[in-house]
Design a protein around this ligand. Structure first.
Ligand SMILES: NC(=O)c1ccc[n+]([C@@H]2O[C@H](COP(=O)([O-])OP(=O)(O)OC[C@H]3O[C@@H](n4cnc5c(N)ncnc54)[C@H](OP(=O)(O)O)[C@@H]3O)[C@@H](O)[C@H]2O)c1
Length: 175
């Protein structure tokens, strides 16, 4: 099973403003994300991302077509909407998806969970949608953590007026 990190980012690598606002992301990005989630059938998010996005009114994770929606949290009593499954670690999240025979899973942030996966070398591919924005004070793609990874660029394509989508394989993973 392949783990694909899918994130939208400012050109300087910020995924939200410091207060968690994502208003700089376009509808085209959400469509691209929705399509990738539908293709995979499964996505995984951190507890803070789940809580942030579920407050949105126009679209949120309930609108996404996915057979399995996983939230990672160390809180074993965390209450989730009925369509979500709780996992206590990145590895447990992947085990739950693997048990249902998914070919690919989409890891969809945020910053802290991305680093937890990367630190454990659990990411095979990275897809970034670069929005035409620069955010001076924001939440980075990866929270500070002790790792360094090399990637291989596989594709770069303009998918809308503003978005450059770039794909990488993580070196040393099967892909
Ligand atoms: N631009 C984009 O594409 C995009 C995508 C996703 C999110 N975002 C933004 O990113 C921000 C959230 O990022 P964030 O870094 O603050 O939070 P996050 O990564 O979404 O969630 C962090 C939480 O996930 C759980 N977690 C993370 N690693 C874990 C591990 N190894 N084991 C167990 N639980 C773990 C913990 O939950 P507990 O504290 O409950 O244990 C932790 O507090 C939001 O503003 C969101 O809007 C942007």
């Amino acid at each position: 099973m392949k783990t694909i990190l899918f994130m939208a980012t400012s050109i300087n690598g910020m995924i939200a403003t410091k207060n968690g606002d994502e208003n700089f992301l376009s509808n085209a990005n959400w469509q691209s994300f929705s399509w990738n989630v539908k293709e995979s059938g499964c996505f995984i998010v951190g507890r803070k991302t789940y809580e942030t996005v579920q407050k949105w009114t126009e679209f949120n994770f309930d609108n996404l077509e996915a057979k399995l929606k996983i939230v990672v949290s160390s809180d074993k009593d965390l209450e989730l909407s009925p369509s979500f499954l709780l996992a206590s670690s990145p590895k447990e999240a992947l085990e739950k998806a693997e048990a249902l025979n998914f070919e690919n899973v989409i890891l969809a942030g945020g910053s802290t969970l991305n680093s937890a996966f990367m630190k454990e070398n659990l990411i095979d591919e990275v897809i970034l949608n670069f929005e035409p924005t620069i955010i001076g004070n924001g939440i980075p793609l990866f929270a500070e953590a002790d790792f360094e990874k090399r990637l291989t660029l596989t594709e770069a394509v303009q998918i809308s007026d503003g978005i450059l989508q770039v794909r990488y394989l993580v070196d040393g993973r099967v892909g």
